[in-house]
Ligand binder design. Structure first.
Ligand SMILES: Cc1ncc(COP(=O)(O)O)c(C=O)c1O
Length: 355
């Protein structure tokens, strides 16, 4: 894994053509967010992970876990890749599997939208929509994915939450790219976590390269236990509320996050009202059409910029586009049903064009 991924990142920095889908993963632009930077006095940048070929930051994790399995001899030609996921990881894995000739099997809760199931099927995955039961229940979709892969020849369960090949992909690619793009002038990195792969991998790379000078913070949606855990030094695991964001927030310290949690400089929670407002503001001021987890990240980057002061450079992740969520994020009815209509300022309401 190490050598191949390092080779990949070196090749990607130095060439203008790439080798297939997997060669197109990574090396995303770092976007200067002009309006927000002017408003805060800090220099705020978003890493455009929505430009990955499968449309999200999870393409890096998908490629990372598959490469790792290949290099450890667990996956050979014609093999099967199994994961429990309702979101971007499944999409990334489905693409990577097509590109490399593997079968892709996805388990997800049957409460997920037909659109998501259809998309994965269109990408060639075999989808098992199973009853939505708690993690503690052996019938939970994650456990079913694990059990499906067990004892099958040439079949792996990629286990995105606790397989540290996920964080390693970000350590070897996303982190070094950010360091190079900011020419090492980066005061802080902040993002929300789902598996913890992005935060842990990027955080480790930046701490090493800056010799500990770059601060690394976690941003959390409501309903996640991570802010309380980090700010209490690991004593508390309190959660309150819930969030409309997808793919982020956690009820436990995953193995990926565990690799870095002690090195975090702090954490705070961003309310949904601010995240949804930022979805609209980024569209209006920067022309960026991004999902709610990305918007939460940008709110957090701006807050950290105010905290660290004028001229500080803060980087965050623009995880995916709004396309996957538009029927909700831009629907008046949906905003009302979540009590979020009032979070959109009057001059931005024109973007909520769906009923
Ligand atoms: C939209 C979105 N944002 C953020 C994340 C979090 O990334 P990570 O799993 O690396 O913590 C995910 C993960 O699935 C995601 O789908």
């Amino acid at each position: 894994m190490l050598a191949a991924a390092r080779g990949l990142s070196q090749r990607r920095f130095s060439s203008t053509t790439v080798d297939g889908f997997t060669g197109a993963v990574g090396s995303t632009p770092l976007i200067y967010l002009k309006h927000l930077s002017e408003k805060t006095g800090a220099r705020i940048f978003g890493k455009a992970e929505f430009q990955n070929p499968g449309g999200s930051v999870k393409d890096r994790a998908a490629l990372g876990v598959v490469r790792d399995a290949e290099e450890r001899g667990l996956l050979q030609a014609g093999g099967t890749v199994v994961e429990g996921t309702a979101g971007n990881t499944g999409i990334g894995l489905a693409h990577v599997c097509r590109a490399r000739g593997y079968k892709c099997v996805i388990f997800m809760p049957n409460t997920q939208s037909q659109e998501k199931i259809d998309l994965l099927r269109m990408l060639g995955a075999e989808v098992h929509a199973v009853p939505a039961v708690a993690y503690e229940n052996p019938a939970n979709y994650n456990h079913q994915a694990r059990d499906y892969a067990k004892d099958q020849p040439n079949t792996i369960w990629t286990n995105q939450f606790d397989n540290t090949a996920n964080a390693n992909a970000h350590y070897l690619t996303t982190g070094p790219e950010i360091w190079e793009q900011t020419q090492g002038k980066i005061d802080a990195f902040i993002c929300a976590t789902g598996t913890g792969g992005t935060l842990a991998g990027v955080g480790k790379a930046l701490k090493e390269k800056s010799e500990g000078k770059t601060q690394v913070w976690l941003a959390d949606p409501p309903g996640s236990v991570l802010t309380s855990y980090i700010n209490s030094g690991g004593k508390l695991v309190e959660r309150s509320g819930s969030s409309i964001t997808e793919g982020i927030g956690q009820g436990r310290i995953t193995d990926n996050l565990q690799t870095f949690v002690k090195d975090l400089d702090g954490a705070f929670t961003v309310p949904d009202e601010k995240s949804i407002e930022m979805v609209y503001e980024l569209l209006d001021t920067e022309g960026l059409y991004i999902g709610a987890s990305s918007a939460l990240n940008v709110v957090a980057a701006a807050e950290l910029g105010l905290k660290l002061g004028k001229g500080s450079t803060i980087v965050t992740i623009l995880c995916d586009g709004a396309y996957r969520y538009q029927s909700r994020l831009f629907s008046k009815k949906w905003l009302q049903s979540k009590g979020l209509e009032g979070a959109i300022p009057g001059h931005l309401k024109k973007y909520a064009v769906l009923d």
